[in-house]
Design a protein around this ligand. Structure first.
Ligand code: DX5
Ligand code: ZN
Length: 221
């Protein structure tokens, strides 16, 4: 089992001061950066693309950038994200006509590849591509927005995914995304997650102007 990582979702950061926000959260103990890409087609929201990823690299961010693609079609944006400095690229099986090919495309560009499962999506596709994934990301909310509540049934799905990973003997991260908070992260970890996305829990709190705020939250997560 891999060591635990905190992956703050910059979806809830102040985009007008993004470089500073990312610096602060990484200085406060976060491990990697979760980068939510939405296209107003696959999901009903529109966010950021490769230009912003590249800007973070130019700003000096050296931590892994965990790019979560919620776009359809997905393949043509993958080389752009690889060139922009993405470390992990994850996508939803529903957004690709050829899941196996998309996984290979990501890896051929030197990035780690992952599959994202919506709350109502079965894990069965893993039966056929387990050896090609570096990360399994379970959505614990429906994708599109920050600040939603954790769907409790995801805990059982996490246990199933953990068992698949352990049985495979492969080195695969198990990431959870949506509604992760200080008061539920312990049970999420107990269910088998090792990588924790948190957006509103980190960036959205009321005392954001407190310079120690990110430090306080990251320490409790
Ligand atoms: C939702 C995104 C999440 C989102 C999580 O589609 O994938 O990464 O930012 O936000 P919180 O932690 O606020 O639920
Ligand atoms: Zn995400």
């Amino acid at each position: 089992r891999q060591i635990d990582l905190i992956s703050p979702s910059i979806l809830s950061a102040d985009f007008a001061r993004l470089g500073e926000e990312v610096d602060n959260v990484l200085r406060s103990g976060a491990d990697i950066v979760h980068f939510d890409v939405m296209d107003n087609h696959y999901v009903p929201n529109l966010t950021i693309g490769p230009l912003v990823c590249e800007a973070l690299r130019k700003h000096g961010v050296t931590a892994d950038i965990d790019v979560h693609l919620m776009v359809k079609p997905v393949d043509r944006i993958i080389p752009d994200f690889a060139n922009a400095g993405a470390s992990y690229i994850t996508f939803h099986p529903e957004s690709s006509e050829h899941v196996d090919r998309t996984l290979q495309l990501i890896k051929s560009h030197g990035c780690k590849a992952g599959l994202v499962f919506n709350p109502a999506t079965s894990l069965d596709v893993l039966d056929y591509v387990m050896d090609k994934v570096d990360m399994i990301l379970l959505m614990s909310v429906n994708p599109g927005f920050g600040g939603q509540s954790f769907i409790p049934g995801t805990l059982d799905k996490l246990r199933q995914a953990r068992k698949r990973i352990d049985d495979s003997g492969l080195d695969i991260r198990l990431e959870i995304d949506g509604g992760v908070k200080i008061d539920n992260i312990a049970e999420i970890k107990a269910a088998g997650a090792d990588t924790f996305v948190a957006g509103s829990a980190i960036f959205g709190a009321a005392d954001k102007t407190d310079p120690n705020h990110y430090d306080t939250v990251c320490r409790q997560l």
